[in-house]
Design a protein around this ligand. Structure first.
Ligand code: HEC
Length: 113
């Protein structure tokens, strides 16, 4: 008599725990760690003109291997340079970006190669 009454409650409790574990597992799968630098690169539209790791526009150079030619500092200089001093001046200047963001993007690109 005692065990008969408790069984549904125990089953319900076990199902409830399974639900928590499944939800946690799905949440962990759904939230891959996105590199903040990559988020910036997406938000700033770099891929509108540049290919990065196989995706992006072909208006300018592929940046995937840029780290083999430029240092992180040189990439940062490119990002903040005055467009009128460049050969093809249509890359916008990102000089108004916070210094931390500039460093983040430059380091990310430098480390890609
Ligand atoms: C509107 C198009 C456009 C956008 C958007 C753009 N670029 Fe560029 N980018 C260019 C062009 C054109 C050049 C070549 C400029 C020159 O002659 O110096 C260039 C050059 C570069 C270079 C030097 C490449 C080399 O081969 O020396 C780097 C690094 C770079 N861009 C990074 C970025 C990053 C990072 C972003 C996003 C924050 C970005 N670009 C957004 C058009 C663009």
């Amino acid at each position: 008599m005692f065990t008969q009454m408790k069984t549904p409650a125990i089953l319900f409790f076990i199902l409830f725990l399974c639900g928590i574990f499944f939800t946690a597992a799905i949440a962990a799968d759904d939230a891959p760690q996105v590199d903040p630098a990559l988020e910036l690169i997406h938000a700033l539209g770099c891929k509108g003109c540049h290919v990065i790791r196989g995706k992006g526009g072909s208006l300018a150079t592929d940046l995937t291997q840029i780290g083999s030619r430029l240092s992180a500092e040189q990439i940062e200089v490119q990002l903040t340079s005055d467009p009128t001093t460049r050969l093809k001046g249509f890359m916008p200047s990102y000089i108004s970006l916070p210094k931390n963001d500039l460093k983040r993007v430059s380091k990310y690109l430098y480390n890609l190669h």
